[in-house]
Design a protein around this ligand. Structure first.
Ligand SMILES: Nc1ncnc2c1ncn2[C@@H]1O[C@H](COP(=O)(O)OP(=O)(O)OP(=O)(O)O)[C@@H](O)[C@H]1O
Ligand SMILES: [Mg+2]
Length: 229
């Protein structure tokens, strides 16, 4: 589904984050757990086509990421909303690009905003809402876009407990192929998908747990600690 073939990637002024990295992520929800600086965001940016490997290739559904614009929703670790646009216009953007009629856009924006509890924020600008609310607006935009593939970089890190559950349920319900980076072991368990444990740089997958392998956060935390020692 999302495939890396012997990828080499190095930042100009930084480490070789991937040396010969290969993986074939299955469809469904995949959670990635790994230490700071290991290369998780880089992995997501390569999958989103925002970075290009110096060697090797990345394929999503058999195509290079650049061929899938509009089908891939990328939610960055920070930022991501256009500061000069109101929240409603930020959410509407992918639909405007697709040329949907204004009434239809309005309907979808209202619907997704309601499902995430941000209807009252639609007329504000990004700097006028909190960090967690910004994350919800980003999820709303991805939801409105109807993307086939979701790439989420710590989307839940600033979301309170109630909406965390809500967003996790939304991700499970939409049932698309979704890569989620998180530092929260409980979220990884609640997402009920595959869990990939990584370390780096260079990025390496050190273990993969199938859905349902861990149901208890303490047990998984213990396991992950052993790996990162
Ligand atoms: N633009 C850049 N230029 C140079 N080096 C970079 C750049 N971005 C990231 N790096 C380095 O590449 C490595 C991987 O970074 P990356 O952001 O992918 O880590 P991460 O796993 O997402 O970490 P975190 O959990 O802290 O978000 C780190 O060592 C980082 O310092
Ligand atoms: Mg990161």
């Amino acid at each position: 589904m999302i495939k890396f073939n012997e990828v080499y990637f190095k930042y100009k002024n930084g480490p070789a984050v991937m040396e010969s990295f290969s993986v074939d992520f299955p469809p469904g929800i995949i959670t990635i757990l790994g230490p700071n600086g290991s290369g998780k965001t880089t992995l997501l940016k390569l999958a989103a086509g925002m970075l290009t490997p110096q060697r090797g290739s990345v394929e999503i559904m058999g195509k290079p990421p650049a061929h899938l614009r509009g089908k891939v929703a990328y939610i960055p670790q920070s930022g991501g909303l256009y500061p000069w646009m109101k929240i409603q216009d930020n959410i509407a953007l992918p639909l405007r690009i697709r040329g949907l009629p204004p009434e239809e856009i309005d309907r979808v924006v209202k619907k997704v905003a309601e499902s995430l509890g941000i209807s009252h924020l639609l007329k504000r600008y990004p700097k006028e809402i909190s960090g967690g609310e910004q994350q919800k607006a980003l999820v709303a935009r991805a939801l409105a876009s109807g993307a086939e593939i979701w790439l989420l970089d710590e989307p839940l890190s600033m979301i309170d407990i109630d909406y965390r559950r809500e967003i996790i349920d939304i991700l499970k319900k939409i049932g698309k192929t979704t890569l989620v980076i998180t530092h929260n072991v409980q979220d990884a368990i609640d997402l009920e998908g595959y869990i990939y444990i990584v370390r780096g740089p260079p990025l390496k997958i050190i273990d993969v747990y199938p859905p349902g392998r861990y149901k208890d956060a303490d047990e998984l935390i213990q396991k992950v600690r052993e790996y990162f020692k």
